[in-house]
Design a protein around this ligand. Sequence first.
Ligand code: HEM
Length: 297
Amino acid sequence: MEEGKTNKIKFERRCPGIGEFLAYTSVVVVACAVIVPLELKYGYSSRVFNSFHMQSTNDDSVLHTLINILGLFKKPAAQQPSTGKRIFTKEEIRQYSGEVEGKPIYLAYLGKVYDVTTGKQHYGKDGAYHFFAGKDASRAYVSGQFNDEGLIDDISGLPAGQYSGLKGWTDTFENKYPFVGKLEGFFYDSNGNEKEGIAIYRQGLIEASKFEAEEKDDEKKFPGCNSRYTPQTGHEIWCSTNSGAVDRDWTGYPRKFFKPGRTNFRCACVPKALLSDPRFKEFDGCPTDSVKCKLVQ
Ligand code: HEM
């Protein structure tokens, strides 16, 4: 740099030549040819408008605007990997029940919302499990009550044996579908904090594991019956010294075994000394002291 001279940067206002003018014009024409049909199909106008608006002060606005517009046609935000922070209301999640073609399908299980769009064959509007979409129907996964009364999130008061069934479904959803948020309802409040429903679920799991331990114990004390069906003899049940896969030195008498926490009974071989226990009921048409019974149809 020469002494005495300052280093000035000169700003010049340039008029575009005819070549540049034609280049800019053709970029705009091509961009419009792409945008107009997409706009008509997908309705991106507000986002396109914003990008024009943001870039309009730069000299390179045409190029940047085009890049920006092309960026807009990447995957819509709803399909980007989710942080799982969204809190849904029951009304919001209902919008994702698979009724609208092209919209993701969400369901909630134990208050957590999953994107089950890839399971469209189950949850879409023609799927066998469509009634689970757009809501939290946790109770019905174990009760099997698939009507309005049963398709609810309230899991309180279930038989003890059913809480472990709830856990099984959690594993399915966690492993198979993306988690997208929480639902305000029985399990979480409007800030995503745990509510009483989570405590009921945890307590239910504790009860379920006690129940299962008792079941194992009962299977030894009151082993299962043998059973057989043929068109000639009909349905027969009987006890033996190895029925229920329990080897023993007593046979027992076949009884219906009703247990709190179970919704149905099973056939148990009961030792004579315990026949008066109120959990055991005789089979219709089966003599009290018979080890073999023909079931009445
Ligand atoms: C309480 C009773 C039942 C409930 C709550 C239930 C629920 C479900 C759900 C939620 C799915 C989809 C799972 C996923 O997203 O991957 C499913 C799939 C399926 N269910 Fe059930 N189900 C029940 C009983 C049954 C029964 C009794 C049968 C057979 C007789 C059955 C056969 C199937 C089959 C074949 C599939 C497809 C499996 C696959 O494509 O991977 N379900 N069930």
